[in-house]
Design a protein. Structure first.
Length: 202
């Protein structure tokens, strides 16, 4: 954090609380203080480290490719684009892992009900792995955190990816932002494949 930011943060917390005590008395001041503490906690929870993302160390000579997709990939043309971007083929012996983030809806998150999201993610995985198998690509499958970057980072703790391919679909929010962060933090090779008419980008 830049040195000049800390005094501004302290002032932003202290000034409303002091003003609340003067204008509305102790109740208002305490209320504003509680709100400031809550805001700090929310910001702190949402913060995550932005250092490089390392992969686990491979114990063999095979290529290890992690494909991260928020939705099922079933159309042969889409499968071909992803396989082409990943540079894997039926006979090259690459170790392929498909990761689907479990997208949790607002109401599900409020109710702490993640089973529905995980079930949908597992259905997406089954469809994607089956489509890859038809193209001659054997792949394993995992369900991950709803945050694409966090899901990728978590998986790379145990999967020694030499390449990460992120699939972007039309209407999917946050894919471009995730791609920017992954591109800057990953040590493994990274590619973004858009299936809404966009291009493959490294």
């Amino acid at each position: 954090m830049a040195p000049w930011k800390l005094p501004l943060i302290v002032a932003g917390i202290a000034v409303p609380i002091v003003a609340g005590f003067f204008v509305g008395g102790g109740g208002v001041g305490l209320g504003l203080g509680a709100f400031a503490v809550l805001a700090i906690l929310v910001v702190a929870v949402r913060q995550r480290p932005e250092g490089p993302i390392d992969s686990a160390v491979a114990t063999d000579e095979r290529r290890h490719v992690l494909i991260v997709t928020p939705a099922p990939i079933e159309r042969p043309g889409d499968v071909a684009r992803i396989v082409g971007a990943a540079g894997v083929g039926p006979d090259d012996g690459a170790d392929v892992l498909v990761l689907v983030p479990a997208r949790i809806g607002f109401l599900d998150r409020w109710a702490s009900d993640v089973e529905g999201a995980r079930h949908r993610a597992q259905q997406h995985l089954v469809a994607t792995v089956a489509a890859l198998a038809k193209a001659g690509i054997a792949a394993e499958a995992r369900v991950g955190d709803e945050d694409v970057v966090q899901a990728t980072e978590d998986q790379l703790q145990s999967f020694p990816a030499s390449q990460v391919v992120l699939v972007g679909l039309g209407g999917e929010d946050g894919v471009e932002d995730a791609a920017v962060e992954l591109r800057s933090r990953l040590k493994a090779e990274f590619r973004l494949v858009r299936l809404d008419g966009g291009e493959v980008r490294g």
